[in-house]
Ligand binder design. Structure first.
Ligand code: ZN
Ligand code: ZN
Length: 216
């Protein structure tokens, strides 16, 4: 498998980590969570000479999905993810956008809903899909196990976890998702999260205050 490259593009007033992910060999890639600021996403695509094949969504929140429909139309690519449990969030994006002062957010209908155990491809790269409900009911993580790399959306952060006070949030489900799906990926797995700096599963297992105590 060829080298995986990633460029993080903070977008929207929420400084969401939109990620351009591509294969260095084929230059084929995907845009993950284009929440807004399409001019900056376009610039990163051009700078790195990436041919975008698809858009991936970790979940349906405005800062992750607000510009997905527009980018899809512009690039003529499909949208894969999140899990269908986030359909209500994607349907409501125009109203949610107005509530946050974000104009022009469009509702999103993915071309493919994802389920736990599915795989998505980007050029010659294959990512495993993990359904990780809790922050939102349809949140998914994308994992390249052999490359020890993951994109986890707003499920897990460096030193924190996703908020669960938004519609469909569930604190117990979030902890289960992290303990049962993400921690077993292994300490060496590095991940990009939806906001803030990157981390590794091992660092969070050892030091994340939300994951200490309990059965592990
Ligand atoms: Zn979110
Ligand atoms: Zn977010």
């Amino acid at each position: 498998m060829s080298d995986l490259r990633a460029a993080i593009i903070p977008v929207t007033p929420f400084q969401q980590n939109c990620t351009l992910l591509w294969s260095d060999e084929t230059k084929k890639g995907a845009v993950i969570d284009p929440g807004g600021d399409l001019d900056r996403i376009r610039e990163a695509i051009a700078q790195n000479g990436v041919t975008v094949e698809k858009i991936l969504l970790t979940h349906g929140h405005i800062d992750h999905a607000g510009a997905a429909a527009e980018l899809k139309d512009e690039l003529g690519v499909s949208i894969e993810g999140p899990h269908e449990a986030d359909r209500f969030l994607l349907d409501q994006l125009p109203e949610t956008g107005r509530g946050y002062g974000i104009a022009n957010a469009r509702a999103v209908t993915p071309d493919r809903w994802l389920r736990d155990g599915d795989q998505v491809t980007i050029g010659d790269l294959t990512l495993d899909v993990l359904h990780c409900p809790g922050h939102s009911p349809g949140s998914v993580a994308f994992v390249a196990p052999t490359l020890h790399f993951a994109i986890v959306g707003d499920v897990l952060f460096k030193g924190s976890i996703g908020r669960t006070d938004l519609p469909g949030g569930d604190g117990a489900a979030l902890i289960r998702s992290i303990r049962d799906k993400l921690l077993p990926l292994g300490d060496e797995v590095a991940f990009i999260c939806g906001h803030g700096p990157t981390s590794t599963i091992g660092a969070e297992r050892r030091t994340n205050p939300f994951l200490q105590g309990g059965e592990r």
